[in-house]
Design a protein. Structure first.
Length: 82
């Protein structure tokens, strides 16, 4: 299973199918890893525009942002060692 994360600067549009064919992406085996990378991008003033998985998963930038803002995420953040 593979999940591809397409990224860009804040305000960029979701890449079209044609743009994704030749576009750059980072690939992960697990969705959790792809979301972790999306958080990393956010911390670096970039955004994950799209996550696509071989299993049919498709998350646009709004869905990714909502997932990263989910209240349960705060629980995990508070457990991280300082």
């Amino acid at each position: 299973m593979a999940y591809r994360v397409y990224s860009g600067p804040a305000g960029a549009d979701t890449p079209s199918r044609i743009e994704r064919v030749g576009g750059l992406y980072k690939e992960f085996e697990r969705l959790d890893d792809a979301l972790s990378f999306a958080r990393h991008l956010h911390d670096k003033n970039r955004i994950a525009l799209l996550i696509e998985g071989d299993d049919g998963t498709r998350m646009d930038r709004r869905e990714i942002a909502a997932t990263l803002r989910h209240p349960e995420q705060d629980i995990f953040e508070s457990r991280r060692p300082g």
